[in-house]
Design a protein around this ligand. Structure first.
Ligand code: PYR
Length: 469
């Protein structure tokens, strides 16, 4: 090892975003997170992923919290650490493509409220769906990290990934992330992939994986040896299972090597001590299912991301058809092939999963197709790497389907002006229009709740303006 030049591995801590999204359905509240921010800020993380993905939806829908206010509180607390978010390309933090003006304004406001690094991905790896967000991030001077959604299949060869990485660099990305949302990247494949990408591009490469299939920390070890620059980890109480490898374990693994992070294990232990009771409480309340903590080797068989497995279970439970779980799991790869073999990540994971449930429960494949299945087959989410199954296209869309081949957002007119008018009466901050743009009903319910809360507080203020003690 002595001959290798020192290259401390950088770490992105995910506990404030992906780790709780993956383990406890994104239910950490701002109040639960803020008390530990000060300590986290002292660790020396490359960045803390704390916003975006499903947290925006979950804050508004389930926690009745304003996600923008959460972000501002993180920004106030993290004085030394870069804040990172996950952004679903043209789908922003929602489940369908939005107009360019909404994407641009969302990026602008995310940066204005405190985000430093925006990790942008597309569920089909159609780079046209990333253009607007990347340009906006560049002009706001944020780090634009483009993530390639990693998956397996005939089309996904080493040449495919190298080509896409070069195109990502040419698009103006500041870094690349290999986003392995289902834990499919095996250790020796990581050596190959990271090695090939490091040769192909000059920008830094980050690796994101999940522990679902049990190989993730070995994959990190091989990736680091192959030259990866940054890895995503979660503090131990919120690590493993459907989440990321544990921060402390990776830090200890690289101690005394050229990749030594230099992190203080006793500080990490204090952070872990803070999160442990929160995890125990989630276990007691049933929010954290112990099944999410084990190794699920079916991930490797069916390539279904952890979050999708739990979605399928709950969809089947609602229908009283839990006994069909394995039939649905086997149907998922078939539907994926019919729909052009896309990676399975939001929203393609939901689209493929729901259609697989329909196909099994209806007893006939594509007897009923969801609106989203029709939209994918019509090109409204972009281009897939492989062609669609023509028989399925015919069955779902008929003999002469109208299919889009241009960048889908080229056909979506700007919508901010209209949205502003629709939600004017609820507006308390500029950002509210963006919450409304993404989730009109959920945001409206939240605005009403917020107003009611404010009135309630006002009612407790005495006539002289003081609060009763
Ligand atoms: C999300 O889009 O929320 C993911 O975590 C992939």
């Amino acid at each position: 090892m002595a001959a290798i030049e020192k290259k401390p591995i950088k770490i992105t801590e995910t506990v404030l975003r992906d780790a709780h999204q993956s383990l406890i359905a994104t239910r950490l509240t701002t109040e639960q997170m803020l008390p530990i921010v000060d300590k986290m800020d002292k660790v020396g993380y490359h960045s803390v992923e704390c916003w975006g993905g499903a947290t925006f939806d979950a804050s508004l829908r389930f926690l009745h919290e304003d996600p923008w206010s959460r972000l501002r509180k993180f920004r106030d607390g993290f004085k030394n650490t870069k804040l990172q978010m996950l952004f679903r390309g043209q789908n922003i933090l929602g489940y369908r493509p939005y107009a360019d003006d909404v994407v641009e304004y969302f990026v602008k406001k995310s940066v204005a409220n405190g985000i430093d690094i925006i990790r942008i991905f597309d569920c089909l790896n159609d780079l046209r769906n990333l253009q607007t967000a990347v340009k906006a991030a560049n002009s706001e001077k944020a780090e634009a990290q483009i993530a390639l959604s990693y998956t397996l299949g005939d089309a996904y060869t080493l040449d495919y990934w190298v080509d896409i990485a070069k195109r990502i660099e040419d698009m103006g990305a500041n870094s690349i992330c290999i986003k392995d949302m289902a834990g499919l990247l095996l250790p020796y494949k990581a050596t190959e992939l990271v090695g090939a990408l490091k040769e192909a591009v000059d920008i830094p490469i980050q690796l994101h994986t999940h522990y679902t299939s049990g190989v993730a920390s070995m994959t990190y070890l091989k990736a680091v040896e192959a030259g990866v620059d940054v890895i995503d980890t979660a503090i131990s109480p919120f690590a493993l299972g459907t989440s990321q490898p544990a921060t402390e374990v990776m830090v200890e693994t690289f101690k005394g090597t050229p990749y030594d992070t230099g992190f203080d294990q006793s500080l990490l232990a204090e952070i872990a001590d803070y999160f442990r009771p929160i995890r125990d409480e989630a276990l007691d309340s049933g929010l954290l299912n112990p099944k999410n903590l084990g190794v699920n080797i079916k991930t490797l068989l069916y390539q279904v991301p952890g979050g999708m497995l739990s979605n399928l279970t709950s969809q089947l439970k609602e229908q009283g058809a839990e006994d069909k779980f394995y039939d649905v799991l086997e149907e998922v790869p078939r539907v994926r092939k019919d729909l052009g073999e896309p990676p399975l990540v939001t929203p393609s994971s939901q689209i493929v999963g729901t259609q697989a449930v329909f196909n099994v429960l209806m007893g006939e494949r594509y007897k009923m197709a969801t609106k989203e299945t029709k939209d994918i087959l019509s090109g409204k989410y972009g281009a897939t790497v492989k062609p669609f199954n023509p028989d399925v296209v015919k069955k779902v869309l008929g003999d002469n389907p109208e299919v889009i081949t241009c960048r889908p957002a080229d056909l979506i007119p700007d919508e901010l002006g209209t949205l502003e008018k629709e939600m004017e009466q609820y507006k308390e901050q500029d950002e509210d229009v963006l919450s409304y743009a993404l989730f009109p009903q959920v945001a409206t319910d939240f605005f009403k709740y917020r107003e009611a809360q404010e009135k309630k507080v006002d009612a407790t203020i005495a006539k002289d303006g003081s609060y009763p003690v």
